[in-house]
Design a protein around this ligand. Structure first.
Ligand SMILES: Nc1nc2c(c(=O)[nH]1)N[C@H]1C(S)=C(S)[C@@H](COP(=O)(O)O)O[C@H]1N2
Ligand SMILES: [Mo]
Length: 251
């Protein structure tokens, strides 16, 4: 009897056998060999790029902290809904993680603060020409993604915010290299205090290898998606859609 597995197994063996003999023949051809070598060079460059993207952003000491961490863009989301949350110290705020995940999550601030956290002192660079050094405390995004379980098709995370940008909600997105970077956190604390409204209370993204506008404030939902097309204006963020800012703003 031929089982399905047996059939697939023998097909796979046949295919790899073909590949092997094909490889030997190709390697003998000098033109193809140099092409393969340049492809190998490409792979090495790609690997180096990924290694660079996993490198840590510089961290500083408390002595380096900026006296005040400027608030930029939205300083206080408009609307009664946010105001109602703010009035009770965001006790009912929920962070939703959904989209291409195995286990959608809805987490309270209390739950998030009870999770392991990371504290880091980093420099924030805004394209408008200012920088500030602040100490951020929050949950590593990786821990949340491990709980939610990303589907194989997930390639980006979209951060939906509670404030407006023109006619739509502010949003931003990152890829999974930044999502799993050890310094990427959802911060609920700044300079040893609860995160102020001006800087994104109750939750804001810190994605330390990128410029300021990628650091979404007032985060209420993280959606795992396959593609950025069909979300917002399709370019992955409010600034990207309306001002032509680069989607990848690595520093
Ligand atoms: N939701 C939301 N996130 C946002 C913004 C905003 O207006 N709304 N501004 C961005 C910009 S341009 C910068 S420089 C930083 C500013 O963060 P800060 O207010 O803590 O300085 O937040 C970014 N994230
Ligand atoms: Mo900015």
């Amino acid at each position: 009897m031929i089982t399905r597995r047996g059939l697939i197994g023998s097909l796979a063996a046949g295919a790899s056998g073909l590949l092997l003999s094909g490889c030997n023949r190709i390697n003998a051809n000098p033109g193809v060999r140099s092409l393969l070598q340049s492809a190998e060079g490409l792979t090495m460059r790609a690997q180096r790029l990924i290694a660079d993207r996993n490198a840590l952003a510089p961290e500083f000491t408390r002595a380096d902290l900026s006296p005040i961490f400027r608030a930029n863009g939205t300083r206080h989301p408009a609307g009664v809904e946010y105001e109602a949350h703010r009035r009770v110290g965001f006790a009912d705020w929920r962070l939703v993680i959904d989209g291409r995940v195995a286990r959608p999550l809805s987490l309270s601030l209390a739950q998030l603060r009870a999770m392991p956290h990371r504290t880091q002192i980093t420099r924030h660079d805004c394209v408008e020409g200012w920088s500030a050094i602040g100490q951020w405390t929050g949950v590593p995004l990786k821990l949340l993604l491990d709980h939610a379980g990303l589907h194989a098709g997930a390639r980006y995370l979209i951060f939906h915010c509670a404030d407006r940008f023109g006619p739509s909600d502010y949003y931003e997105s990152i890829d999974l290299i930044d999502a799993f970077h050890p310094q990427t956190i959802l911060a609920w604390g700044l300079n040893g205090r609860i995160l102020p409204v001006g800087n994104g209370a109750p939750l804001r993204l810190r994605v330390e290898r990128q410029l300021g506008y990628k650091h979404a404030k007032y985060v209420r939902r993280i959606e795992a998606v396959e593609s950025l097309a069909g979300h917002g204006g399709g370019k992955g963020g409010s600034w990207e859609d309306s001002r032509d800012y680069a989607w990848y703003a690595g520093i």
